[in-house]
Design a protein around this ligand. Structure first.
Ligand code: MLT
Length: 406
């Protein structure tokens, strides 16, 4: 008789953004007259840049002609895209990453959740708290996290690294040594980031302890300050301890197009085994590649026109981030983030819990955000707003938040 993977039964509730989606749909069905402004999930709203749509159109035309039609993509991704990534995301920043260390995929979310498969179930993971829930949930599904404590909102076999106002939302090296360390900078959800010397400490720690860092750099395009690393490979020794995951969703508006990549350096070994060969084996077996037309669109991200257009798009969202940050600060909220990331992290007013503030804001202001506690226990009492809305909606949302009385 077939049996289910019981690890799935341990997962509390549904995926954070599904829960929010359901709550908002229910509210909207009851109040069809209300204009709801969604600053919850970090989903982009600007249309694809002209350089991207042109590349998509051209690739579609190629696929419609016998002489340029393409079937299955190469396992690791097309060479034209991997070379563009290696050159523009890494070599120009002095990182020695080659095209054959890059694995193209249909997005960083899948890579972030799938990467744990190449590691033993005995490995203990360390995560920031609050954290992007995908890292923890994917390890729950695999059976690596132990027992859930509903009161504390924690798993018995996970090392939590609190990121609070006291440490400026930057994790400290854990007391207990982990095997796998998930880091995300610029951070989702807090918008905090680290300097290069701070990240170097993590790389040195991982090399010393034999841990592997799983580094999510999905928001690197939003870095505005000097001395904030865009890639972990800017740190010395990172190629022997770190895997980096990147997305085209936030820098190029591909949330609905789907494209991302993971870098697994050839020198990176675990117990003498090259992780590159394990990830290649997994990719080859379980994945048939991102579509050709999407990979051509990804290539256009690195063209001169693409770069210029996407710089403008990022600046548009960062203008929203500034507007939210300044507006809420002026209104007396305690706010952080928003400088190197499209997320603003605010303290809920009047000692409200994160979900209480979510409900309050939805009802009184018709604005949707994300409750901080959905990202982990240290997120309780916080709330995340995204800068990915339109400017007009952002202005309206901030105006509404300012006028509701708590
Ligand atoms: C978020 O809102 O945290 C992200 O958009 C979710 C994601 O990228 O999967």
């Amino acid at each position: 008789m077939a049996k289910v993977n019981e690890n799935y039964l341990k997962l509390p509730g549904s995926y954070l953004f599904s829960t929010i989606g359901k709550k908002v749909s229910a509210y909207s069905a009851e109040h069809p007259d209300k204009k709801i402004i969604r600053l919850g999930i970090g989903d982009v709203t600007q249309p694809l840049a002209p350089a991207i749509t042109e590349a998509l159109h051209n690739a579609v035309d190629e696929m419609g002609k016998a002489e340029s039609f393409r079937g299955y993509a190469p396992d690791l991704g097309y060479e034209f895209l991997r070379s563009a990534i290696a050159e523009n995301d890494y070599r120009v920043r002095g990182c020695d990453i080659s095209a054959d260390e890059i694995f193209v995929s249909d997005g960083a979310k899948c890579d972030c959740s799938n990467i744990q498969e190449i590691f033993s179930l005995d490995n203990k993971i360390a995560v920031c708290d609050p954290v992007y829930p995908v890292y923890v949930d994917s390890n729950v599904m695999a059976g690596r996290t132990g027992v859930y404590d509903p009161g504390a909102g924690t798993w018995s076999n996970v090392i939590y690294m609190p990121c609070t106002a006291d440490n400026s939302f930057v994790p400290e090296l854990p007391r207990e040594t982990p095997d796998l360390i998930y880091l995300c900078f610029p951070n989702n959800p807090t918008g905090a980031t680290v300097t290069k010397p701070q990240l170097q400490q993590w790389v040195d720690y991982a090399n010393k302890t034999g841990a592997v860092i799983l580094y999510d750099a999905a928001y690197e395009a939003y870095i505005s300050e000097e001395d904030v690393p865009h890639s972990i490979y800017e740190c010395e020794g990172a190629k022997t301890c770190a895997i980096e995951m990147r997305s085209f969703s936030k820098n190029a508006g591909f949330t609905g197009v789907r494209l991302g990549f993971t870098v697994v350096p050839k020198e990176l070994k675990c117990g003498g085994v090259a992780l590159h060969s394990l990830w290649a084996r997994r990719h080859g077996t379980k994945y048939n590649g991102a579509p050709y037309i999407v990979q051509r669109a990804g290539e256009a991200v690195y063209s001169e026109a693409g770069r210029a257009q996407l710089r403008e798009q990022v600046a548009y969202y960062m203008n929203n981030a500034r507007y939210i940050y300044d507006g809420l600060k002026e209104a007396g909220f305690t706010v952080s983030g928003g400088v190197n990331a499209p997320y603003i992290w605010l303290k809920t007013p009047g000692k409200m819990s994160s979900w209480e503030f979510f409900d309050y804001l939805l009802e009184k202001g018709n604005v949707v955000g994300t409750p901080g506690s959905g990202f982990g226990p240290s997120g309780e009492g916080y709330f995340r707003l995204t800068a990915f809305g339109s400017y007009e909606n952002t202005v309206e949302a901030v105006g509404r938040i300012k006028t509701i009385q708590v």
